[in-house]
Design a protein around this ligand. Structure first.
Ligand code: BGC
Length: 766
């Protein structure tokens, strides 16, 4: 009996005795087989071939049928490429993989990565929108569908989830993350990794996930992209690092280092971050890839020439170099000069090979290249239907005075605004695989939903921005808004005329898709001036106005909140956005999204977030202004819309909190319960949120922190008791010495439908 057979029989015996013991045994034998295979392969590899595995070049311009004449072909044949990214289609990927398999000496298959960020061709809401759903099954489902589609098209690795916590709406990439909260962000990180990777990476419909950007990328100074970050270790560990760790705990296969510096050392060369925290402390076993030219950029960061920074990256823990080829071109020399070690090169190479092994690429390099699946599994009706339903759950109803919404499917409705007929903008930023022209615009969605029951009139009303240069920057990558060259007055007047014919006005305004995303930071976070003028003119007609707000970031909407009766924030809902928007506008779906980021009253309040500290001079509630207190002369400390906020077409009321006990010790738990009632006329969903405050700590603690949530569905008039178990784990934090501790003393519990409007109770940890 050979060893694998022995292990198998052993496993069968264990399974019959104790099922729970099966998984670890299985994993052991799997990893033994993997090690044996990779040991054998690495023995045959030259140093050049090992270094080649660490290279992830840009795909260049590979056209179907001509891969072998592409620039990259020679390198693949020489074994100088570990993988490629952002190549689309089975035909192209198969052709390139064939180069590696047929022409390279050791026939090592390539990884094929892509930024599959919020869907593949079927596009889901931008991640910031997804994070307002608060239903982890749906979040996981979106990643599952994305993996099914991407893997059907040849992709086996995605650069997602992006889990960078951000409290700065100026930063364009806030659109790509899950908002400001570490707990919610961690739940989403886990759900996304589960969705992409499933329970077996080698299946042909699962793909390897890459959590990014490690770390703190969302804390860029002044909200300017790629800018410096600098914060205390305590803040890092409590408020910014948990989502990355959650992804690691969920088994994420790879991690992407971020562009920014941390503590004066760029993340890409930060040994403490990559090796001490990620690998040693958190036990991460996968591989670490740089961001796009992340190594080369360290020359501009000012820590050395290309050879120096490449050696530093490798020795800090980087395994794969995206695009810049610093590792490929300088590592031989660095090894000779003793600046890197063979052990480090071997370790990095092994991790890349392990990823390929786990994906099943050594068994079948074409595992993800099934033309039949490519035809049937991508952008099909079933996926689009799910995306439509998911998109509707991400919308946040910010205001609904006088129940303007839902609209009736009758009469004449004026649909006005530069985002109303903007098919190419519906998917939002980072949707590289999408076919923009196949998305559903608001006008098409509304027309489809009302059919012949109501008449929809349309006018653009204004361009996105008065300044054509700004509009150009905000409509890159084919996300055109077809700028109207007529004078602004004429465009506006046309819209007012249309509006005057209608019973109700829907104004589709806000940001374009590329006004957020990478390198799309803004210092003014209001709706562009020209659109505000349009909104004012529409309100002047005296007709009810519904603002359908497109945005990739929290905006400052103080004027709109004061003047517009109804505001529905639809973010960028994906390829099916138009249908989903119509479903909610007409009440076929009751909105239930809740904000994952605070909306400020104005830009000057930024950063403003719910889990702030108290200070030694807090402003008593409702007492603005007070001299020598922590506040502003010109605006209160309150946000415009708090974290967790979002309305429904029905109303919910909360009973007082019942605690199962007024104290607990570290081994016990307390159950906190409330009864939530739907007091309105419609069925609806509510996100019940649990917050905890550690009243006295050895370090200062936030005024409240999210520690649990449940999304429930209640029929009109129905009530439900919602309970949360609080254990010592919910009370822990990283103290000054970075020990994860729960400190005995008083705690407060808050439960409510947002972070501001909550019921309160107290207990003691003994
Ligand atoms: C972005 C990453 C992305 C990478 C590859 C970079 O510019 O920061 O998020 O995954 O490009 O496209």
């Amino acid at each position: 009996m050979n060893l694998p057979q022995k292990l198998l029989i052993g496993l069968l015996i264990v399974a019959s005795v104790n099922l729970a013991a099966q998984a670890p045994q299985q994993a052991k034998s799997d990893s033994y087989r993997m090690k044996t295979f990779i040991d054998g392969l690495m023995k045959r590899m030259t140093l050049d071939e090992k270094i080649g595995q660490l290279n992830l070049p840009g795909a260049g311009d590979i056209t179907t049928g001509q891969a072998s004449s592409s620039d990259i072909a020679k390198k693949i044949e020489e074994g100088k490429v570990g993988g490629l990214f952002n190549i689309k289609s089975v035909a192209k990927i198969k052709e390139v993989q064939k180069l590696a398999i047929d022409k390279s000496r050791l026939k090592i298959p390539l990884l094929f990565g892509m930024d599959v960020i919020h869907g593949y061709e079927t596009v889901f809401p931008i991640p910031l929108g997804m994070s307002c759903i608060w239903d982890m099954k749906l979040v996981e489902r979106s990643a599952r569908i994305a993996a099914q589609e991407a893997s059907a098209d040849g992709i086996n690795w995605t650069f997602s989830p992006m889990v960078d916590i951000s409290r700065d709406p100026r930063w364009g990439r806030i659109s790509e993350g899950s908002g400001e909260d570490a707990y919610l962000g961690s739940e989403i990180a886990k759900a996304m990794v589960r969705g992409y990777q499933g329970d077996d990476l080698s299946k042909n419909n699962t793909i390897m996930s890459c959590v990014k950007h490690y770390a703190l990328y969302g804390a860029a100074e002044a909200g300017r992209d790629y800018n410096t970050t600098d914060m205390s270790r305590q803040r890092m560990f409590n408020e910014y690092l948990p989502p990355y760790k959650a992804a690691v705990d969920a088994g994420v296969g790879s991690v992407m280092a971020s562009f920014n510096e941390i503590d004066g050392v760029p993340a890409t060369a930060n040994k403490w971050l990559l090796s001490d925290v990620l690998r040693k402390q958190w036990g991460f076993k996968g591989f670490i890839v740089t961001d796009y030219t992340g190594i080369n950029e360290m020359v501009d960061h000012g820590i050395g020439d290309l050879q120096t920074v490449s050696a530093r990256a490798l020795m800090a823990g980087i395994d794969m170099d995206m695009v810049g080829e610093g590792i490929l071109t300088t590592t031989q020399k660095s090894l000779k000069e003793g600046k890197v070690t063979l052990a480090q090169i071997d370790a990095a190479c092994r991790r890349i090979l392990e990823a390929k092994y786990k994906l099943g690429l050594f068994d079948d390099p074409y595992r993800y290249c099934d033309e039949n699946r490519a035809k049937s599994d991508i952008f099909n009706d079933a996926n689009r239907k799910e995306a439509q339903a998911i998109a509707a759950e991400s919308f946040v109803l910010l205001k609904n005075q006088g129940e303007v919404l839902p609209l009736k499917k009758s009469g004449i409705i004026a649909l006005i605004g530069p985002l109303a007929d903007a098919t190419e903008n519906m998917t939002g930023t980072w949707s590289v695989a999408a076919n923009f022209s196949k998305s559903v615009s608001v006008i098409n969605g509304m027309k489809a939903v009302v059919g012949s029951n109501a008449k929809i009139l349309y006018a653009k009303g204004s361009n996105l921005d008065e300044d054509s240069l700004i509009e150009q920057r905000a409509t890159m990558f084919g996300k055109t808004l077809r700028r109207d060259k007529r004078p602004a007055d004429e465009i506006l007047q046309e819209a007012v005329n249309v509006a005057n014919q209608a019973g109700v006005i829907v104004a589709a305004l806000g940001e374009s898709a590329e006004m957020s995303g990478e390198a799309s930071s803004r210092t003014n976070i209001e709706i562009p001036g020209i659109q505000k003028e349009l909104l004012k003119a529409l309100l002047k007609t005296g007709k009810p106005v519904v603002l359908v707000l497109f945005t990739g970031r929290p905006l400052a909407l103080t004027w709109e909140q004061q003047n517009v009766p109804a505001i529905l924030n639809v973010w960028f809902g994906g390829s099916e956005a138009g249908y989903a928007i119509a479903d909610v506008l007409f009440g076929d779906i009751n909105p239930s999204g809740k904000l994952s980021t605070t909306f400020p009253q104005n830009i000057g309040q930024v950063p403003v977030f719910y889990n702030h500290k108290n200070t030694g001079r807090p402003l008593p509630e409702g007492k603005w202004f007070q001299k020598f207190r922590s506040n502003y002369l010109d605006v209160s400390n309150d946000p415009l819309y708090p974290f967790g906020y979002g309305l429904s077409y029905t109303n919910f009321s909360y009973s007082d909190i019942k605690l199962s006990s007024s104290s607990m010790n570290a081994g016990q738990k307390i159950t906190a319960s409330v009864t939530v009632s739907n007091t309105g006329q419609r069925d609806g969903k509510e996100v019940v949120q649990l917050y905890i405050r550690d009243v006295v700590g050895s370090s200062t603690r936030p005024v409240k922190e999210l520690k649990g949530f449940q999304k429930i569905e209640l029929r009109a008039g129905a009530s439900k008791t919602v309970s949360f178990d609080i254990t010592v784990n919910d009370l822990k934090y990283y103290n000054y010495g970075l020990k994860y501790v729960a400190e005995p003393g008083d705690f407060k519990v808050f439960i409510g439908g947002n972070s501001r409007d909550v019921k309160e109770a107290s207990f003691k940890l003994l």
